[in-house]
Every structure is written in C-alpha cells, then in structure tokens.
Design a protein around this ligand. Structure first.
Ligand SMILES: [Zn+2]
Length: 394
C-alpha cells in the first residue's frame, strides 16, 4: 500500500535538519546563513524575512545556484508553515548535494507569532506589471528601476516643442510625478511640432492640455501644473523637491537663472536647444561635470540669440531632441548607462550626423566653482538686461 502524503512528509522531515525560528533569527543577525524563501512570488511579495532570497519551490532546481552557488555554505529554507521548505531541503540535500541545508520549523507564520520582523517589499499592481512589462524585461531597468521611476519627480520647463515628446514619453514610462511650467496657451502655429496638444485645444492653457494628454496615456502619473514663467522670485520654490529638471526653455535669461538655481540645489538638468535643422543636448549635473555657465560664460551676441523673435524649426527636430532628453532623464533616475555629463551632443538633421564633444568644468566658473551655500539669491540668473539685449539686436 502506498504511503499517504502525511506519511511522506513525516519521513522527509526525519531525513533533514529542522531549525527553530529563534536560531534562524540569531543566524540572520550574525550573517552566517543564506536565507531562502521557497514560497510563490505573490506570497514573497506580501512580506518576507529580512535579507531572504526568493527561489520558489517550483523553480528550485533551476534557480538555486543563482541564489547560493556554494554547496558548502549554510542554507536555511522557509515557507509558510514548514512543509514546502522541508521538501525543498530534502531535494537540495539528496539530489543537489548541498551539505548544510535546514528547514525552518513553523515557517513565516511561526516567525511572525514570535514577533520577529517581516519586510514588506513595495510591489507593482497587476496592472502596472502589465503596463511596464517591457521595462521589467530589461535587466538595466527591471522592477527596481521601474519603482525608482514611479517614485521620481521630474520638472519640465515648457510644454512646447521639446517638452511635448519628453512629457508624453516620460508619462508613458511611468515617471510618478511630472511638473510642468508654462504660462502660454495652445496656438495653431504650435501644432506643427507640439504633439502633446491638439487642434480642439487651441486657446487652452498648455499646462492643462499637457496634463490631459499625459493622464489619458498613464493615470499613474501625477501632474503638477505651474501656469507661470520661471523667474528669480519663484525659481527656488518651484524647483524644490524635484530629482531632475528638463530644460526646454527658449531664452537665455531663464537658462542662466535655471543653471544657477540648480547648481545651488544640486539638481541635474537635461538641457536641449533647437534651431532650424540643428539640435544640441547635454546633461549638467552639478559638480560632476560642467554647468551651463562653464560652457557659455557670456550669452551669445544678441543678433544671434534665437529667442529674440520667432525662429523656424523643422517640426520633427524637437521630437528627436526631446526623446534624447527623456532617455537621459530615465538613465539619471535608474542609474542605467552613462548619462551625457561633460559631453555636448550636436545633431545635424540635414547631414544626419551626431557629433559629441567633450566639455570641461571651468575652474573659474562664476557659479559652480564655489561652495553652493555661498550663492546668494541676488546672484541667481544675473544677466544683462534682456529687453535691452534684444533691442540691441535691432
Ligand atoms: Zn560652472
């Protein structure tokens, strides 16, 4: 007659070593055992022992070496009540040759009853797992990177040509909080390139139109609207708390103001500029690389300053440059790859060439060569009078 399941379990337990939660607690504190949770993914995600690695029993044979390669180290397995871990311990000992395997008596249930700590990992909802599944499949992003994005706060200066593609793709990627600063309304002449807006939203404030498109794409995103222009009176208050700033502004005074404020606050800026068929891109991470003033100590001659009047731009160009900005933002947040710090990328759409030039910090830079605490409010964005500057251009 075949044995019953209960009899098999009793037999298996007689063949392995079982250990009390008190001893597991001591071993974990001392760091002299590898702790393996053999339950299912949803059980692990609902709470597990501190420092435990997850290898579901169904994947034990295929995955155990990734969690514990050394067959001579001490392994403690646990499950919900101590039965699955006993079966798994038996497999590791008898079939895979692990020398020091134990199963925790009573599982995580008894562990909790004894009052020991349980870690509850932050996890994605079922819908988020599906929405971000293509990120979860990339090792450089994965669950951790996606969670960082969901917790990140990114500020976009401008919901125009560069801001439109950046905002749409960052929203789609699951950046949790996106701030948008823009005081303008949607105009018919914007729609050749500002793809976040629509024809039926002409006359609507750009921050409202941008919010509508982003929220329609991804309801995970919180949009914070600033229907204003960035200036010396509001810059510190608006920037406070953001992890990355995306600079799509079209005028030099704001660029200098932004630079000085972000150096003082230590916030990286992903900056792009476009004109005609040409684009420029760089990442200014305070003290890791040059700041905007290191590169452009003086503003360009007024007659060359593109922001003094309406300028032509190929409609797709801000798309290209804005998505390069969005890519740099994601790299800064997740830590993937090498951000464009200390490099300036030049894109020539007519010739289809990308050129990267190295750019260095200026040891004499009026802003980033100093202790940020010494940068006074009155120094932020100090720049020749802009109206006079543009008037001089004729
Ligand atoms: Zn500098």
């Amino acid at each position: 007659m075949s044995p019953t399941g209960a009899e098999v379990l009793r037999f298996i337990k007689s063949q392995i070593d079982e250990v009390d939660p008190a001893e597991v607690h001591r071993a974990v504190e001392a760091g002299d055992a590898v702790l393996i949770d053999v339950r299912e993914t949803h059980e692990f995600e609902a709470g597990h022992l501190p420092g435990a690695k997850h290898v579901a029993r169904g994947h034990l044979e295929q995955q155990i070496e990734g969690a514990a390669a050394d067959r001579n180290q001490r392994l403690i397995l646990y499950c919900a009540a101590g039965n699955r871990s006993a079966l798994a311990a038996h497999t590791l000992k008898d079939l895979l040759g692990y020398q020091h395997v134990e199963s925790m008596i009573g599982g995580i249930t008894l562990w909790k009853d004894r009052g020991y700590d349980v870690v509850v990992p932050k996890s994605l909802t079922k819908e988020q797992r599906e929405r971000y599944s293509r990120h979860l499949l990339i090792p450089e992003i994965g669950l951790e990177g996606q969670q960082r994005m969901l917790e990140a706060k990114v500020l976009l200066l401008g919901a125009g040509g560069l801001g439109s593609p950046t905002a749409l793709y960052l929203a789609a990627a699951g950046i949790g909080t996106i701030g948008v600063v823009d005081d303008d309304v949607v105009d018919l002449s914007n729609l050749q390139r500002q793809v976040i807006h629509t024809t039926d939203r002409i006359g609507v404030p750009k921050v409202d139109s941008a919010e509508e498109s982003m929220r329609a794409l991804n309801p995970d995103v919180q949009v914070v609207k600033y229907r204003t222009r960035l200036d010396a009176t509001n810059v510190m208050e608006i920037l406070d708390g953001y992890d990355v700033v995306v600079d799509g502004v079209d005028n030099f005074p704001t660029r200098y103001l932004l630079n000085d404020a972000t150096v003082r606050l230590g916030i990286p800026v992903v900056s792009a500029a476009i004109l005609g068929f040409d684009g420029q891109l760089s990442v200014f991470k305070p003290f890791d690389g040059p700041c905007y003033r290191c590169l452009f100590r003086e503003p360009p001659p007024a007659e060359l300053a593109p922001s003094c009047g309406a300028n032509g731009v190929l409609g797709v160009l801000p798309g290209t440059m804005g998505l390069l900005q969005a890519t740099e933002v994601i790299k800064l947040i997740t830590g993937a790859g090498e951000p464009l710090i200390g490099r300036l990328l030049l894109y020539d759409a007519l010739g289809t060439t990308f050129t990267t030039v190295k750019v260095k910090r200026d040891p004499e830079c009026p802003i980033c060569s100093r202790d940020p605490a010494t940068i006074e409010d009155s120094e932020l964005g100090v720049f020749p009078d802009y109206e006079a500057f543009c008037a001089a251009a004729g």
